[in-house]
Design a protein around this ligand. Structure first.
Ligand SMILES: [Zn+2]
Length: 407
């Protein structure tokens, strides 16, 4: 069996009857391929409004769609699209063609390609690769991402991590909500106040979830998150993220070091050494730390409080963990090191949420990991003055969304 050129393209485009390839034009100079498709005379189509089949054609409209390149040839599909006259609902409407969304300028395969590329590279690069303006790329994303989210089911969500990230470029914050069991971004919105918790609850309910089903939350110690969670999710327990607690101790050490280095020149250039975990130190840093520790420095004392607090997170028994934290708190508050005393008092003020970790073992570590993706999403959304596009990219890359597309 030999296939004609038309048959070949009909297969490549997965065209079904009554649609046929009418003609194909190559332009080597313009590096362009134009495929004209048409339907058989006498064909009838489904009404786009009420789905009644076998409607007669009222008239047609010429349309053009950009399709996947055939090698280096920019490819366009041309067709006259019928407007059916429906006997049932009386509408005269353009039919839905099988190769493209309604009123879209790309075919479905082109949309698929755009979504795949956009998951992996900046939008500006996607625009350059396919040779279209980036506003057209954003239009595709603005259609598929909300559509896919609208059918998401969040009824099984039980453990949620929330964190905020700043978008300096937009002078705004966004808050991310993650299903910690599935490492999947559930919801992203502007702001970092307690109202973002309310807004998450509304979104959860729209996706078959329920506030009462959320057993645990993990967040930083921001008063807005704490009050929002206790008001909107009164049945869930709150665990403070251990990375935020440890960051607070690191900040305290850094404050001690900055004050002390005016008197001790040895401390210059030692900043990152104190902030690292002992296991991450280079051999030179280990040597430096060893000699500094012998000098009876306040910074070294503060550092020891960090090391002992690190052990707190290893307990699996809540009572033992709490006992340990009480001792740590006692020694920290008697350290005479102001920044350490302040940090200890902050822990005291958030006691149960810190101790909860021994039982829940949840952290926002995954969100910390997501941060690099969020950072690259920020640069991927470059050129757009709205956080809306940034939020789209975060959903696309971290939302584990399903798209109803050919590939
Ligand atoms: Zn109809």
């Amino acid at each position: 069996m030999t296939l004609s050129q038309e048959d070949l393209f009909k297969h490549a485009l997965n065209l079904q009857d009554p649609w046929q390839i009418k003609s194909i034009e190559f332009s080597n100079e313009e590096k362009r391929l134009d495929i004209h498709i048409d339907f058989e005379v006498g064909s009838r189509f489904e009404c786009a409004v009420c789905k009644t089949s076998n409607c007669t054609i009222h008239d047609t409209k010429e349309r053009v769609w950009r399709h996947l390149n055939f090698f280096q040839f920019k490819t366009y599909i041309h067709a006259r699209v019928p407007r059916t006259e429906c006997k049932k609902c009386g509408s005269i409407r353009l039919i839905n063609v099988p190769w493209a969304r309604r009123s879209a300028g790309f075919t479905l395969l082109m949309d698929s390609l755009i979504l795949i590329l956009a998951q992996n590279m900046p939008i500006q690069s996607v625009a350059e690769i396919i040779g279209e303006h980036d506003t057209r790329i954003w239009r595709v994303l603005s259609h598929y991402i909300p559509e896919s989210r609208s059918v998401e089911d969040h009824s099984q969500v039980k453990v949620v991590g929330v964190d905020e990230t700043s978008c300096a470029k937009f002078h705004k914050y966004i808050s991310l909500f993650v299903d910690l069991n599935r490492n999947k971004v559930l919801y992203v919105c502007e702001g970092k106040g307690s109202n973002v918790i309310t807004s998450f609850k509304e979104d959860l309910e729209k996706h078959n979830g329920a506030a009462d089903k959320i057993e645990m939350f993990c967040s930083d110690m921001s008063p807005a998150f704490i009050s929002g969670i206790s008001e909107q999710f009164p049945k869930s327990s709150l665990t403070f993220d251990k990375f935020h607690v440890m960051k607070m101790i690191n900040d305290a050490i850094d404050q001690v070091r900055r004050e002390e280095q005016h008197r001790n020149a040895e401390l210059k250039n030692s900043r990152y050494m104190w902030l690292k975990n002992p296991g991450d130190l280079s051999s030179i840093e280990k040597e430096m730390l060893g000699s500094l520790k012998d000098m009876n420095l306040m910074t070294a004392k503060a550092y020891n409080f960090k090391l002992s607090l690190k052990d707190f997170w290893t307990f699996n028994d809540a009572l033992l963990a709490e006992d340990y934290l009480k001792k740590w708190y006692y020694w920290a508050t008697h350290s005479k090191i102001e920044p350490i005393i302040d940090a200890a008092k902050t822990i005291k003020a958030h006691w149960s949420g810190v101790v909860n970790y021994a039982e829940t073992k949840i952290t926002n570590g995954v969100l910390e990991g997501l941060n690099s993706i969020v950072q690259s999403a920020k640069s991927s959304a470059r050129g757009f003055r709205t956080t809306k596009n940034l939020i789209l990219i975060i959903y696309l890359r971290l939302g584990k969304l399903q798209f109803n597309l050919p590939i």
